[in-house]
Design a protein around this ligand. Structure first.
Ligand code: NAD
Length: 316
């Protein structure tokens, strides 16, 4: 993709879509932002509100519009979709969102055939695969937000507990963005030191390792907790999406746990799942086959198989 005069479109002007647009505007990483929603008034209002901050940020045009207005976008972010209702199964939600994606992906592809598609709607790993199939785009140009957000939550909670900057913690949540995700402890380190060793050296928490149990649980339950309190999540996911866009527009070759197509990696095929991948201007440049412990690998494969089963049972 081009690295100048970048245009990003956001499909869905709900909590996530609107906050993502705002985060992108603050980030100053593009010249044009277009918001599309089936609820036109919502898109109009959000674009108007965000655009009125133009005097405080780098020049950027923020508009609402139709798919035609998204023409020649460099990145299209998909946040549209139905949310899970009480009594509705995950598969019901999958099929509902597949039907929404069947209507919007052809429109996106028609106007931006060279774009990178960034899927955020849930279940994100399933809908990333659906987008890959429906768009006909090469694998590198269809990216899911994967466990980028979960990884940030993980590093944030570890940072609070260990009293170091979250940016100095190297560690990943891998697998499904959801209940079967895995904290890859064997890859997690501070200053190149694994966490058991770090706690021993620094005497942080008097050597108590129970955080290795409850922090991954807190990460897994974070979305449920926010949905039970504020009703939705929007800020951290918007920053996670901005981080992915930044890696693309800056051709950073950054390592992010985006949801990537498995094409033989880890012995897996035909599904998307969160795993450290190199992200740059082409999208996903490379999926990294990180060395995992036997247990981590087993859990990762089992998480991936769950994704495959849902895809196979879906109405795709
Ligand atoms: P929301 O209900 O506030 O917004 C969804 C928007 O999509 C609505 O404005 C709706 O009008 C629009 N929409 C529905 N059908 C459409 C269509 N056919 N075309 C265009 N627009 C359409 O929901 P939200 O809180 O913004 O969440 C959006 C999605 O993001 C959900 O699927 C949510 O689960 C997901 N999410 C993902 C992550 C992640 O880490 N991947 C984090 C948070 C939320």
């Amino acid at each position: 993709m081009k690295l100048k005069n970048v245009k990003i479109s956001i499909i869905g002007a709900g909590f996530v879509g609107a906050t993502t647009t705002y985060a992108l505007m603050l980030g100053g990483l593009c010249e044009e932002l277009v918001i599309v929603d089936i609820n036109k008034d919502k898109a109009i209002g959000e674009a108007m509100d965000i655009s009125h901050g133009a005097a405080f940020v780098k020049p950027v045009k923020v508009i609402s519009g139709t798919y035609e207005d998204t023409k020649d976008s460099d990145i299209v972010i998909i946040t549209a979709g139905a949310a899970q209702k009480p009594g509705e199964s995950r598969l019901d939600l999958v099929n509902k969102n597949i039907s929404i994606f069947k209507s919007l992906i052809p429109e996106i592809v028609k106007y931006s055939p060279d774009s990178i598609l960034l899927v955020v709607s849930n279940p994100v790993d399933i809908l990333s695969y659906v987008t890959y199939k429906l768009s006909g785009f090469p694998r590198e140009r269809v990216i899911g937000s994967g466990t980028v957000l979960d990884t940030s939550r993980f590093r944030t909670l570890l940072a609070e507990y260990l009293d170091v900057d979250a940016r100095s913690i190297h560690g990943y949540i891998i697998g499904e963005h959801g209940d079967s995700e895995i904290a890859a402890w064997s890859l997690t380190n501070i200053a190149g030191v694994n966490l058991e060793e770090y706690v021993r050296i620094t005497e942080q928490g008097k050597g108590d390792l129970s955080f290795m149990e409850y922090i991954p649980m807190s990460v897994k339950n974070a979305a449920y907790e926010m949905i039970n309190t504020k009703g939705y999540t929007n800020y951290a996911i918007a920053l996670a999406v901005r981080r992915i866009c930044e890696a693309i527009t800056g051709d950073e070759k950054a390592i992010l746990t985006v949801s990537s197509l498995m094409d033989g990696e880890y012995g897996l095929n035909g599904l998307y799942i969160g795993i450290p991948s190199v992200v740059g201007k082409e999208g996903i440049r490379k999926v990294i086959e990180v060395p995992l412990t036997d247990k981590e690998r087993e859990d990762f494969i089992s998480s991936a198989k769950k994704m495959k089963e849902i895809i196979d049972d879906s109405a795709l």
